[in-house]
Design a protein around this ligand. Structure first.
Ligand code: ZN
Length: 237
């Protein structure tokens, strides 16, 4: 086979490998990023719930204090009942007692809601904390694995780039230029084997003279339709 043609085949194989590895690298990075975000969400959720619990406890104490105040007021009103001198005064006092009781009931209902919320948070936080902790550890393991993978990737990439450079140095620059152009427009496949007398890329039947040229493998032959560089693979007709 023509020297340039076999170099081009090798170069394409190498480029496809480089592309495939690069896709895999991006995929691994994206996956690590996704996982990291998941854990960050858990951490955020945990922080929010812990803050809610703190707030709920504080509000609870305020309501409890308020109920104590109302109780004191009610006790004071009870004593005042013995000191009132008129029916009107008594009625006004009764009205105040009713208002205080009403406020107490409302405050007690709010306190109950806060207690329920506190219980719910007290129960859910340890589970969430455990899940977050597990996630953090898992993320660390994944990070280390990714770092090793990226190290290996960098070494492999340097090796491939070195090989690529050697190949391109041996190639006729005209063919290299054609190859690079075709690669861009032909989905990375600039060099293609013929198949059953047709171009393996666009599947258009090749003329017998063109096919003869491909079979001989002495020069670089292009498909008349898609312009790809053709070669003859021995397992094809
Ligand atoms: Zn073609």
């Amino acid at each position: 086979m023509n020297q340039n043609l076999s170099l081009l085949i090798e170069l394409q194989k190498l480029d496809l490998e480089i592309d495939r590895d690069e896709k895999e690298r991006k995929r691994a990075l994206a996956e690590a990023d996704r996982y990291s975000k998941e854990i960050e969400e858990l951490e955020k959720d945990l922080r929010e719930k812990e803050a809610q619990l703190k707030k709920t406890k504080r509000e609870k104490r305020i309501k409890e204090g308020k109920i104590e105040e109302i109780d004191l007021l009610l006790a004071k009103h009870e004593e005042e009942k013995y000191k009132v001198k008129s029916q009107d005064e008594f009625a006004a006092l009764e009205k105040e007692i009713a208002m205080a009781n009403d406020q107490k009931e409302k405050t007690e209902n709010l306190l109950l809601e806060l207690m329920e919320k506190e219980e719910e948070l007290t129960n859910s936080i340890p589970l969430l904390r455990e899940k977050t902790e597990r996630g953090r550890k898992d993320r660390e393991i994944k990070r280390k694995k990714l770092a090793t993978y990226l190290d290996n990737f960098t070494r492999a990439r340097e090796k491939s780039e070195g090989e690529r450079k050697n190949l391109t140095l041996s190639l006729d620059p005209v063919f290299l230029e054609q190859f690079e152009q075709l690669k861009k427009t032909r989905d990375g496949l600039a060099v293609i084997p013929t198949k059953d007398g047709a171009c393996g890329g666009c599947h258009v039947k090749l003329s017998s003279s063109l096919m003869g040229g491909v079979r001989k493998g002495q020069g670089v032959v292009h498909c008349e339709n898609c312009n790809r560089i053709l070669y003859y693979a021995s397992n094809n007709k």
